[in-house]
Design a protein around this ligand. Sequence first.
Ligand SMILES: NC(=O)c1ccc[n+]([C@@H]2O[C@H](COP(=O)([O-])OP(=O)(O)OC[C@H]3O[C@@H](n4cnc5c(N)ncnc54)[C@H](O)[C@@H]3O)[C@@H](O)[C@H]2O)c1
Length: 363
Amino acid sequence: MSKIRVGLIGVGNCASGLIQGIQYYRNSKEIPIGLMHEKIGDYSFDDVEFVSAFDVGKNKVGTSLAEAIYKQPNMVDWVKSVEGCNCVVKESPVLDGVGIYVENMIDPIQQSKDISELEDEIIEEIKESKTEILINYLPVGSEKATKFWANIAIKTNCGFINCIPVFIVSDKTWQQRFVDARIPVVGDDIKSQVGATIVHRVLTKLCSDRGCTIDRTYQINVGGNTDFCSMLERKRLESKKISKTEAVTSQLKENLNSKNIYVGPSDFIPFLGNRKLAFIRIEGRQFANVPFNMELRLDVDDKANSAGIAIDAIRCCKLAMDRGIGGPLISPSAYFMKRPPKQFSDSIAREMVEEFIGGKRER
Ligand SMILES: NC(=O)c1ccc[n+]([C@@H]2O[C@H](COP(=O)([O-])OP(=O)(O)OC[C@H]3O[C@@H](n4cnc5c(N)ncnc54)[C@H](O)[C@@H]3O)[C@@H](O)[C@H]2O)c1
């Protein structure tokens, strides 16, 4: 079985975690923790191969991917070196990729080419490297850059996995474009293995299923990497807040007034690095209107939390390509992403993905 040839859009901490995680399990020969299955179809985690990569960091563009994943401001350091990943990181248009607060962390390459010239070079690189799936790891708020790359996926016939909260797979117009092009897409905004979103969703659903009324809830997140630094810029955050809030409210039977819910990234604490802390509170009422509340503090490595999910999403996207299925992959998007085209509870979404993998469900 041939490998899955993946291109990375943004060689930041998530890309670094994905590549180093695969190498970690290659070295240890253990069965990976945090994947749905050792094999999805015929594909194991080890079949994911990174054959092209694009970034704007002056220190990353022009170096091999194997080196670029260790460059500042990336912080993942799980293995000392990685095999393969010999492709050279190519230049991407900056567009709206670099926010004001990360300007002292990411030094973007001086762009001398116009966008159509860069686009031609990118298309050439994707064709030459035989990239078949592109995975989007651009910074939050990269609306224009994500749309540029979604167009590239369509032009080059690549499957597209959108890990960020810019709405492509959950947007009707973009959905249709991928249906017409018969290209599978999974998105939007990756949902971590045991992250704040899934924990908050499951607790919300538990309260709702047990007949409680939820009156108020919040989820506050803090972290210390470039992702959290970028998110200090409130206007980059609009779609992130929608994505995270809807992921929780979709699990409720009744609407919650927007004044009574706050879900969002809340601050940047540099010494936390890739550690992310989430503080969740739910206030509600039980039988006889008697009030209750619960609080939870989650402490996780944000990159370990999403890399396994990305490996599963890549393998599902490849299965769809093998089967000639294009357009939004409803089940994988519902299980792996915060803002899918259609929300389901996580247990139902999991069953749907199993059916998709087993060929009993088209998408
Ligand atoms: N658990 C998780 O890690 C998680 C969960 C959900 C969503 N996400 C999203 O995944 C994305 C990636 O996260 P990260 O931690 O790797 O971020 P990061 O800041 O470490 O990496 C972003 C990379 O994109 C590059 N970049 C900036 N503009 C670019 C452009 N125009 N073209 C190409 N590259 C460009 C930067 O130089 C950097 O290398 C973020 O949007 C984040 O919110 C992550």
